[in-house]
Design a protein around this ligand. Structure first.
Ligand SMILES: [Zn+2]
Length: 224
């Protein structure tokens, strides 16, 4: 059994660090940490990223920028629509198992083209339909909800992928169940620059957390 580095934060501490960075970014008070030669040199000994971000490839959704982090802080996987396939899953498993990263965040975002195209049923060429197939279950869930269909589908997609990760075997589900890894879904607003939590409920706060709406996304956890 490999033990986590002693300085690795807990999942909740990692989440607080991310959200504090986002607050700095959204308010225009970035500190641009860990982006110099000293950090580059320090990282030659190895990497200990405190959070995994599964985000969209959209050029406007840049994790290190919007969370005000630097080199060695985030283990980032970006694919259109922030969906899973086995290579994405394997990448995340590597971070959880071998780098002991305690937090995995699935980050959806407003105006996501991949989700919008899936909602619209746009006919796509090449390998693009694979992305739509992965997103479609979230769209079906969103159709049952009141409000804006695209916005709801974006949120449901992030929550669905988070659930797929948290329940995936053989690596992540046992780590999640043992309390060693936490998977959360979040949403980035292109207009405000702010990240908000979708699931589970926001991290520990002075007031009792509201009941989490257990995944409305019972839809196929199948990873394609
Ligand atoms: Zn997107």
């Amino acid at each position: 059994m490999i033990h986590a580095p002693v300085n690795m934060p807990t999942a909740n501490q990692a989440l607080e660090r991310l959200m504090a960075g986002n607050t700095r970014y959204a308010s225009g008070l970035m500190s641009h940490p860990n982006q110099n030669a000293a950090r580059r040199t320090a990282l030659l000994k190895g990497q200990h990223p405190f959070a995994v971000i599964l985000g969209c490839s959209d050029s406007r959704v840049v994790p290190e920028v919007l969370f005000d982090q630097g080199m060695g802080d985030l283990f980032v996987i970006r694919v259109a629509g922030n969906v899973l396939d086995y290579i994405v899953l394997g990448s995340i498993e590597y971070a959880a198992l071998h780098l002991h990263t305690p937090l995995i965040m699935v980050l959806g975002h407003s105006k996501c083209g991949a989700v919008s195209a899936t909602v619209a049923g746009v006919r796509l060429d090449g390998h693009l339909p694979n992305i739509g197939v992965a997103i479609q279950p979230a769209v079906e869930t969103a159709r049952k909800l009141p409000g804006n269909l695209v916005d709801n589908a974006i949120a449901e997609n992030a929550k669905m992928v988070a659930k797929q990760l948290a329940t995936s075997t053989p690596v992540l589900a046992p780590l999640v169940n043992a309390g060693k890894v936490k998977v959360v879904a979040a949403h980035y607003d292109l207009a405000t620059g702010k990240v908000s939590m979708l699931s589970p409920a926001p991290a520990p706060a002075p007031t009792p957390a509201p009941a989490v709406t257990a995944a409305a996304t019972a839809a196929s956890p199948v990873i394609r």
